[in-house]
Write a protein that binds this ligand. Structure first.
Ligand code: 0A1
Ligand code: ZN
Length: 874
């Protein structure tokens, strides 16, 4: 038995309040790359509800120097020290605990706790990083106020930041200085932050609706100071939106954002001092794509919205993570929908949910949005907690309407401001504010897996009645994880519309939301003159897989007529999925590939329909991703799926070559780069069209792509062209890759794109390139963005990662083992690419399983990777 096999999970049912509360904390940091001294003075008071004189403080990777209670230093026999913390015994009712510890930021490659990034100091405390800074009650239900003194070298650390207000500063001897910060709001330790180093500030202001001026500060490395304006404007828009839509105002006088190069996630909402992956801050048209701009705005908004949903009202324990994350994702989705196009945003979000969360929810990591157990909490920052969590919040919104939802939010803040609460508290606020029973909604929090919604229809001409029978069920899941057994029907709001089968017109009186509260129910629509065509699950009103037998004509009809844009798009995707899976299966049976005429005609209609906005049209012309198609196959066959999809792309391009060419030419005539929504939409469509044209193996098409690459005045067009060239076997490819590298070699975020386009190439020799790129001087396993852009992107390349000889699997496993001890979180995210192994053929299954076993047997394997691998192998 290896050491890791004895790791015990933490259970939701084990929650107990702490034995002591913390009344306030004073922290002092004497910064040094290898030996930072952290002094903590914690004022504690016994929790009258948990009478005990014993206090357990969490602590990891700390070199303890001393412990004192009320100024009296303790001897070694007066406390118990373990690898994961210390226990203090016989404590009085209230006292001050002082600890001094040494930590080593320079050698901390886990990017959790206090670490160095590009020579600057930075912290990451969520979920359990604070215990790597000092001994503490490192749990979200312990909220307290912080006063933080930072001392550091004036030359290397001219800037020293922490949460709240800067209340004092002075110079010290021997070239050091000191700054003191105080945060008036009580907060859990996971929201603590410290940043110190050589940074420059891009400043702005925001005046709140009650007239307070807030200083906005974006701190970046000096060379990036010209890339902050978009982030600043995004922050101002977010602040205004939260006031307008939810009546929520910012509470401190200063809001700081720091961009760092080494970060495990997107960004972190520390109180008043957000720390961001630089990818979600820095942007200029020459270095960031339209998508990057959109993501920056969304992530800035997300972190800002956390100030109320997460910080002012936080989670009682980590099992409640979706309380803040599902809600905040929903809020950022609504924000982006308001800034751009609601329909396009919804389609993008549902595509992401289907590609990521649906896969997670049907494999060994399936868990309820409120998990029941974990070994490493870091493994539960998942698509399920975030994205499915947001879908659950959206269902409250659908059922209650915007006003009812707002009433629920108001009551939630009224009841719980400055406290740490549960998902049940949120559900109760929504119910009580609207006088509605949400008891059954509890099931959405405790059950894992994606429900299937089967819909059948019937038409009674004699009675002029049309009926939809809806039945819900759960597919069985592997692994026997909590939440995957004994599942009950969940409340499903199903948005429905009926269309006149002749004219395609909406039959208004029958549009709306029906509630499926039980396993099965029939909804009858009367007074119809003829059998209508139903549009079901409009706007993707519930996170389910819809099963409805539709013939191709009906899907083509919905593609052409549905006035719910989401379903209009989805009908096209459903039709394409049906045809492509059939084509892929046919290949295995030796059937020749053929483009469906129905699909060709439907595609042609979309192409010539000028009523769509360009971004919607771009989506409607795009075939489902290979990974989404794979989910619909009994056994995923990556090769035949790829061949069938490529065949369709090529045939469509051949059939519509002249229409596509003139559309491209029209869009390409837009002139110099502009950043307004219309221009962004037009670039999106232009690059979808270019992608079709690029698969025609003719010199004119290749030079069109190459010309776009060389002439582009913005990164969107440049990167799109480069990705297309990367798929080809032409000299223009190597020339473009070399030119791109040469132009951007000093900008790490752009070089990440250079790695990713190569890792995502559909060329058969991609794996060889990926291997070569791992020895490129710019590749570093210490930088998560770089690892994700090469190894992470490669695992998303379904046809090449799942190459039949297993070389892709070996490459991934080798990298997981290379990085697991330094950065467990990153390694665990990468290894999750094996989670779907049971969905493949026997040979691939065995090869992936063998790699998983090899990883599992690695001596001293970190617990993050251990948890993912043991679930997969179970
Ligand atoms: N709360 C952040 C995400 C985040 C989570 C964990 C981290 O380190 C393990 C870092 C960031 C958010 O939702 O934006
Ligand atoms: Zn978040």
């Amino acid at each position: 038995m290896t050491a890791t096999q004895s790791i015990q999970p933490v259970l939701r049912s084990d929650y107990r309040p702490p034995t002591y509360w913390i009344e306030n904390v004073e922290l002092e940091f004497d910064l040094d790359p290898r030996e930072t001294l952290v002094t903590a003075r914690i004022a504690v008071r016994r929790n009258s509800q948990q009478p005990s004189d014993t206090l357990d403080l969490a602590g990891e990777n700390l070199k303890l120097q001393s412990v004192a209670i009320d100024g009296k230093r303790l001897d070694g026999d007066q406390y118990q020290l373990r690898d994961d913390g210390m226990t203090l015994l016989n404590l009085p009712e209230s006292c001050q605990i002082e600890t001094k510890v040494l930590v080593s930021p320079l050698t901390n490659k886990s990017l959790s706790g206090l670490y160095q990034t590009s020579g600057n100091y930075c912290t990451q405390c969520e979920a359990v990083g604070f215990r790597r800074i000092t001994y503490f009650l490192d749990r979200p239900d312990v909220m307290t106020t912080y006063r933080v003194t930072i001392r550091g070298d004036k030359k290397t650390c001219p800037v020293m930041l922490s949460n709240g207000n800067r209340i004092a500063a002075k110079d010290l001897d021997d070239g050091r200085h000191e700054v003191v910060w105080e945060d008036p709001f009580p907060k859990p330790s996971y929201l603590f932050a410290l940043v110190a180093g050589n940074l420059k500030c891009h400043r702005g202001t925001f005046t709140t609706r009650s007239g307070r001026d807030v200083a906005l500060e974006i701190w970046v490395e000096p060379q990036n100071i010209d890339k902050c304006e978009h982030a600043l404007v995004s922050l101002q828009k977010s602040m205004k939106w939260d006031e307008d839509v939810f009546g929520l105002e910012y509470d401190l006088d200063i809001y700081m954002i720091v961009a760092v190069n080494d970060f495990n996630m997107g960004a972190m909402e520390n109180k008043g001092l957000n720390v961001f992956n630089s990818k979600y801050v820095l942007a200029l048209p020459d270095t960031a794509t339209d998508e990057d701009y959109m993501l920056i705005e969304a992530v800035i908004a997300h972190e800002y919205f956390h100030n109320w949903t997460g910080n002012r009202v936080t989670c009682r324990d980590w099992f409640q993570l979706t309380l803040k994350e599902g809600l905040t994702v929903f809020r950022d989705q609504q924000f982006t929908a308001d800034q751009t196009s609601a329909a396009v945003k919804r389609i993008d979000d549902v595509s992401g949910l289907r590609a990521g969360q649906f896969v997670e929810d049907s494999g060994p990591m399936a868990h309820p949005i409120r998990p029941e157990s974990y070994i490493s909490m870091d493994n539960f920052y998942t698509a399920t907690v975030y994205r499915k969590g947001a879908e659950i919040i959206r269902m409250y919104h659908t059922i209650l309407g915007a006003e009812g939802f707002r009433r629920g939010m108001d009551l939630y803040f009224q009841r719980h401001d400055n406290s740490a609460v549960t998902c049940d508290d949120f559900r109760a606020a929504m119910a009580d504010a609207n006088n509605i029973n949400f008891d059954r909604f509890d099931r959405w929090y405790s059950q894992a897996g994606t429900p299937e919604l089967t819909v059948t229809e019937s038409w009674d001409a004699a009675k002029s009645e049309y009926a939809l029978t809806m039945t819900q069920s759960y597919p069985t899941l592997p692994g026997g994880n909590p939440g995957t057994e004994d599942r009950n029907p969940v409340p499903l709001p199903v948005r429905v519309g009926l269309l006149d089968a002749e004219s395609g017109e909406e039959i208004e009186q029958h549009s709306g939301v029906v509630m499926l509260d039980t396993e099965t129910e029939t909804f009858t629509f009367s007074g119809l003159s003829a059998k209508p065509i139903a549009s079901v699950l409009r706007g993707f009103s519930a996170p389910v897989r819809l099963r409805m037998q539709r013939d191709n004509e009906e899907l083509a009809f919905l593609m052409a007529n549905d006035n719910d844009p989401f379903n209009r798009w989805d009908a096209g995707q459903t039709l394409a999925t049906k045809l492509l899976i059939d084509a892929a299966n046919g290949l295995a049976d030796g059937r020749a590939l053929e483009l469906s005429e129905q699909f060709r005609d439907a595609f042609g209609r979309v192409l010539s329909d000028n009523s769509f906005d360009e971004a919607f049209k771009a989506l409607a012309l795009t075939l489902p991703r290979e990974s989404v198609l794979g989910q619909e196959m009994d056994v995923i066959d990556p090769d035949s799926l790829h061949t069938a999809r490529q065949f369709y792309r090529r045939r469509l391009a051949e059939c519509f070559q002249s229409e596509l060419t003139s559309l491209y030419n029209e869009l390409a005539a837009d002139g110099a780069y502009k950043n307004d929504q219309k221009s962004i939409n037009r670039r999106r469509l232009k690059n979808v069209v270019l992608a079709y044209l690029s698969v025609l193996d003719v010199p004119a098409c290749i030079s069109r792509v190459s010309n776009q690459f060389h002439q582009a005045d913005n990164m969107t067009d440049k990167q799109a062209a480069l990705s297309l060239l990367a798929n080809l076997d032409v000299p223009e490819r190597d020339a473009a890759l070399a030119a791109f590298y040469d132009q951007y070699k000093t900008d790490p975020l752009v070089i990440d794109k250079w790695y990713a386009v190569q890792a995502l190439s559909s060329r058969p020799d991609t794996i060889e390139h990926v291997k070569q790129l791992t020895s490129h001087p710019d590749f570093s396993v210490d930088n998560p963005n770089r690892v994700r852009s090469l190894i992470g992107a490669f695992t998303q390349n379904q046809v090449r990662f799942h190459q039949a000889d297993g070389a892709g699997y070996k490459l991934l496993a080798d990298y997981v083992l290379e990085i697991e001890s330094a950065n467990p979180q990153l390694a665990a995210r990468l290894v999750a690419a094996f989670n779907s192994y049971r969905r493949f053929d026997e040979s691939r299954q065995t090869q992936m399983q063998d790699e998983l076993k090899r990883i599992a047997e690695h001596p001293g394997l970190c617990k993050d990777v251990h948890e993912i691998v043991q679930r997969a192998l179970h």
